[in-house]
Design a protein. Sequence first.
Length: 259
Amino acid sequence: MNTIKKSNLIKYALPLVMTVSLFYACGSDDNNDNGDTDAPAVTNYDITPILSKFEGTGLTYSVNGNTVTFITKDLPNHKSPYWDTSNALYEAYNGTNPDWRQNPGSIGEQNITFSIPLNPAEASNKAETPMGAIGISRNGVVFFNQYAAGGASLTNEINSFDQYLGHPANTQYHYHIKPKFLTDTYGEDAFLGLLSDGFPVYGSSENSTTITNTDLDDFHGHVGVTTDFPNGIYHYHITSEAPYLNGNGFYGTAGTVTR
Ligand SMILES: [Zn+2]
Ligand SMILES: [Zn+2]
């Protein structure tokens, strides 16, 4: 019964909210009278369209009201030298980094729960990202921020990234930079996952051009149209230079991560 009521509420209330926010956006444009002919910014974001892209080993999600909850075992669905050698996905390092060195960690099953806003919104006070998990990629592997332990730069840590550019901290596998298995599979411009504030993360290509840090704001994102969000949405990009995935914090209000 509850579910039915909620879906009815969404069905009828959302168009109303949309209409109201469009009305206000038009009104403020008129006041500015700056000749800007851009469509009014849509800020009532809803990330429902990309939830079906999440698919991984030991990954589930469910929607409850305005929250989507992901539970992930954080197991990559690709090969790595960090799997136990008895695992079918074990593969010795065959990447391109001449300074590669394996770290002492290994891939182990986790139990991590993300509660993420289904309707992400810009935060008035932007919070710094924590150490550890700051988001979830579409295969269930967690995203870490741009720092190594203690806030140090990633420069040395990068040498232990495997051929798909992830590595474990003890047994917790994660990506700090481009998850190469996902861009190999889905494309350099593809949807790659979410940060904990609910805003989507894309690869370094957009409309056949390469996105660099100078195209992005302090939080490493911008507002624009994506394939999944034809009306536009704030989104992050993973670029090839530090800080790679996130800059000075979350653009929106982060949900919770528990493990
Ligand atoms: Zn790391
Ligand atoms: Zn973009």
